[in-house]
Design a protein around this ligand. Sequence first.
Ligand code: NAD
Length: 253
Amino acid sequence: MTHDFNGKSVLITGAGGGIGRATALAFAEAGARLMLTDVDVPAGDETAALVHARGGEAMFLKVDVTRETEVAAMVAATVAAYGRLDCAFNNAGIEIETSRITECDEAVFDRIMGVNVKGMWLCLKHELKQMEAQGGGAIVNTASVAGLKGAPRLATYAGSKHAVVGLTRSTAAEFARQNIRVNAICPGVIRTLMSERWANKDPDMPGRMAAMHPIGRIGEPVEVAAVVLWLCSSDASFVTGLAHTVDGGFTAV
Ligand code: NAD
């Protein structure tokens, strides 16, 4: 165990997915008390079961981050269960785009922006309100390398992740004097169901994905989790407003 989160309450959205689950397990290992949320109930339940199987403390709540009443209830449920909200990992996201912008449906734009931007905005709004009232906290938002660079055929996704970086920097500056730190992570391609969907598009894709990273491979969810824990920990006490890459050198070239 690198960091000590003993007794700290940690909220995770998208906790049923690859990065969310690995981060939940890492926080549990470090002693945190977890509020796990996802729109996918079986996946979220499975993450909670994995935490319990390792002796950790976790509750699962079905939450769609695009709905304000559910996001407000998610923060309230965390406080009801654990007394406060020490850390939040806003990680729920979707990538459903498959074409150039000229062929992309308006409904796809609305869905991506709804989850990745409005969902993030709603989580920040309610988490920051709670953290300000209790006197501090730490938040990590999941952006992407596509939040820092352009991504051909993923213009909407890239636009949404640039917005996550903008929300992160702005709220970090706004709440720095309230003892709240807000940072983003920008992963390269990470081995989860999301990247598997891209990899399945054509037989050359896995090789091309690996080659995008100077390190020569895609990343593992635990490698992202390690950075999230560091950003939430007191070791990162002077770090706020950062968009931290976890990308095997993807954005270095
Ligand atoms: P994933 O598909 O395994 O997990 C995403 C989770 O978000 C799923 O469990 C899904 O049910 C949940 N979710 C989707 N819509 C939701 C909603 N409206 N409300 C609540 N939960 C919702 O993918 P992942 O790779 O673990 O993705 C996690 C985050 O990492 C996403 O924000 C994604 O954009 C980002 N990301 C992933 C990669 C990658 O290569 N895997 C790279 C960069 C960034």
